[in-house]
Write a protein that binds this ligand. Structure first.
Ligand SMILES: O=C(O)C(=O)C[C@]1(C(=O)O)C=C[C@@H](O)C=C1
Length: 310
């Protein structure tokens, strides 16, 4: 049997690869480096890959918009798991380049956002050059001596594992020591992993009209069923100025009664609910469910209604 094919934002040494390496079922899979999140997700949609690990949220910089937007439109995809990776950064340069010679620094935009304070304090005049990944920025520096097209920066910000073959000019340069990025494993739609009691569900809500209290009306469906949200972001749909959708993660599984009831309510009052999956939480934290929103409370109420209806 052919091994499963799992994609990740490459090259070797990215934080996304670290996330895939931490995902146990991927140990026996073929792991394929992809040049961007968009291309990784396109390869899942076309069937070239079985699944892809992609960054979705960072504790310092917030949502990874490339991922949120690619999941919100196009052929549906499903999140089947999540991984949390602690983030630490080093500043690297080819041997012989001192920190006082650094004029420009290359890294991924989410990497740069997490070292901005350190850069302002230590290299205030350095120009920032965006790259497709942190490890890609370091790889370009490694090949700089042997290529006719060297990068336009002389140092890179990357994970310590991506520093090989380069000199480390500074360690632990992240502005927040406890920075964490959350990654999700995405596949084509299928069955959700079984409920564990410590699950999350991800949806994208498209409003049917823009009116006062519109967002509040959507959120009431979570509040009324005792559902705790863990992330809420509005993203432009791209259709017109002011047209937004809401990308939401909340505690619970589509098989939990309170979640099913909330999804049915949202389905009635929105233009579209894009269900992006229910999956076990990486931190194993059990959902906080008020007694009145437990499965038993819903089945009691259903039995009562059945009796009333005879
Ligand atoms: O460039 C990488 O190493 C990535 O895996 C991407 C990414 C991101 O998109 O947020 C992942 C984690 C870090 O927070 C910075 C960059």
């Amino acid at each position: 049997m052919n091994p499963m094919k799992y994609g990740y934002l490459g090259p070797d040494g990215t934080f996304t690869q670290a996330a895939l390496l931490a995902w146990e079922p991927a140990a026996t899979a073929e792991q394929v480096a992809c040049p961007s999140v968009d291309l990784a997700l396109a390869a899942v949609r076309s069937g070239e890959l079985d699944a892809a690990m992609v960054p979705i949220e960072n504790s310092v910089e917030g949502g990874v918009t490339a991922t949120l937007d690619a999941l919100s439109v196009g052929e549906p995809l499903q999140v089947i798991g999540e991984v949390l990776v602690p983030i630490t950064f080093v500043l690297v340069a080819p041997e012989g380049v001192g920190i006082d010679q650094v004029r420009a620094v290359g890294t991924h935009p989410h990497g740069w956002a997490q070292v901005r304070g350190w850069m302002a304090a230590n290299l205030p005049d350095a120009v920032y050059v965006p790259t497709l990944s942190t490890a890609g920025a370091a790889a370009e520096l490694r090949s700089a001596a042997t290529t006719s097209d060297p990068p336009s920066y002389d140092a890179a910000v990357c994970a310590p594992v991506a520093a090989h073959g380069l000199a480390v000019l500074a360690e632990n340069i992240g502005d927040r020591a406890a920075a964490v990025t959350r990654f999700v494993l995405v596949s084509r739609p299928g069955l959700s992993p079984a409920p564990t009691g410590a699950d999350k569900t991800t949806v994208v809500l498209f409003q049917s009209s823009d009116h006062p209290g519109g967002l509040l009306e959507l959120l009431e469906h979570f509040a009324a069923r005792g559902i705790n949200m863990t992330r809420l972001e509005s993203r432009p749909t791209g259709e017109a100025m002011g047209s937004y959708c809401f990308s939401i993660d909340f505690e619970g599984h589509v098989r939990d009664d309170r979640v099913g009831e909330a999804l049915m309510g949202l389905r009635r009052v929105t233009k579209d609910v894009r269900f992006l999956g229910s999956y076990p939480r990486a931190d194993g934290k059990m959902a906080s469910v008020p007694e009145t929103a437990a499965n038993e409370a819903f089945s009691d109420a259903r039995d009562w209604l059945d009796r009333l209806r005879g």
